[in-house]
Design a protein around this ligand. Structure first.
Ligand SMILES: [Zn+2]
Length: 342
């Protein structure tokens, strides 16, 4: 049903464009290019959200969906005397999983330097605590791939405190149809929405009701969807589902979240989504996410008068080296498509 080649190409495009929270100018242009080529009108809000409005068959109510295009990242906190970079995290990456990862430092005048994230005891031949040292934010640094002997050498490259550090997402699509990459949360869902929009555009399908689609920035830092339109009556955000412990989720399912750390989602809307999945042979699960907040929460805390629900593809090892299966992406596409059009 949905164009798998379009989905794969979109994954390469979107995952290949760095967009840690607050650094949205490149990804927004990329989204505009894709959406415009599909025939949609795109607006950037003042805060930096990408907004698409589609007139529905009925004007009885206004619905919305979203996925967040911002990701986790790092930023230069300070430059050490030896020319390594001390870092601060953007959002909540699983810091030990960053040890050994390649990265790029982007200066505010757009110079790009390669580097590697390393423990401060990075060699087993030298440091007795190389294996045991905690991999926390105070014990990792970035080694820049330039000839550097001092802080002054780093400053001479134009690198400053507050410069963004982009973590290599290492995106791979396997023959067995797994997508493994950093930032499937929530670029997987971004690609899901784009592929549904491609299907609707190609087949000239109108949504049932007036519909806003948002590609949100700043979700990973908590206030992403705070500024969505006041006209929205129902808001189904698409964000990763959780996998692990006693949760029902696995990498093949669309997860419908009944409750997260912000409390229960709207009862009627969540039940409607569960019934849609049940009645249409969509492989789904219902779960609660004990350590999770979504863009619906951001909208609620901003005082939006809407009914909120959360669905999304199940993602394993979230905020670390993530993985999902194309089954989960396809099940999510079916559910959000049916919600928007049925
Ligand atoms: Zn997310």
């Amino acid at each position: 049903m949905f164009n798998q080649q379009f989905l794969k190409n979109t994954i390469k495009d979107i995952f290949g464009c760095d967009s840690p929270s607050g650094y949205y100018h490149n990804i927004n242009l990329k989204l505009k290019e894709i959406l415009t080529s599909l025939g949609y009108q795109v607006k950037f809000t003042n805060k930096g959200l990408v907004e698409v409005f589609i007139e529905g068959k009925s004007h009885e109510k206004t619905v919305a969906t979203s996925a967040h295009v911002d990701t986790l990242g790092l930023m230069v906190r300070s430059i050490n005397a030896d020319g390594t970079l001390r870092v601060t995290n953007i959002g909540g990456p699983l810091i030990p999983s960053l040890d050994g990862e390649y990265c790029k430092i982007v200066t505010r005048d757009n110079r790009v330097y390669h580097g590697t994230i390393l423990s401060t005891s990075p060699s087993v031949h030298v440091f007795e605590d190389a294996k045991s040292k905690p991999r926390d934010i105070n014990n990792i640094v970035v080694r820049i791939d330039e000839v550097i002997k001092s802080k002054a050498d780093v400053e001479a490259l134009g690198i400053n405190n507050g410069d963004y550090i982009m973590i290599d997402p290492k995106t791979v699509i396997t023959e067995s149809n797994f997508l493994k990459s950093r930032f499937i949360d929530d670029k997987g869902s971004v690609c899901v929405l784009l592929t549904v929009l491609e299907y609707m555009s190609k087949n000239k399908i109108k949504p049932s009701f007036d519909t806003y689609i948002y590609f949100v920035n700043y979700e990973e830092v908590g206030h992403g969807a705070a500024t969505v339109s006041d006209k929205i009556d129902e808001f189904v955000t698409v964000d990763m589902g959780c996998v692990g412990l006693d949760l029902a989720g696995n990498e093949h399912l669309v997860s419908i979240c009944a409750k997260d750390s912000g409390g229960p989602y709207n009862y009627e809307l969540t039940t409607r989504l569960i019934n849609l999945a049940k009645d249409n042979d969509i492989s789904y699960c219902v779960d609660i996410y004990p350590m999770y907040g979504s863009d619906v929460g951001a909208a609620y805390h901003a005082g939006k008068n809407l009914k909120g629900a959360l669905i999304g593809p199940c993602v394993a090892a979230s905020h670390g080296m993530e993985r999902t299966h194309f089954d989960a992406l396809n099940n999510t596409m079916k559910l959000i498509f049916l919600y928007l059009t049925k």
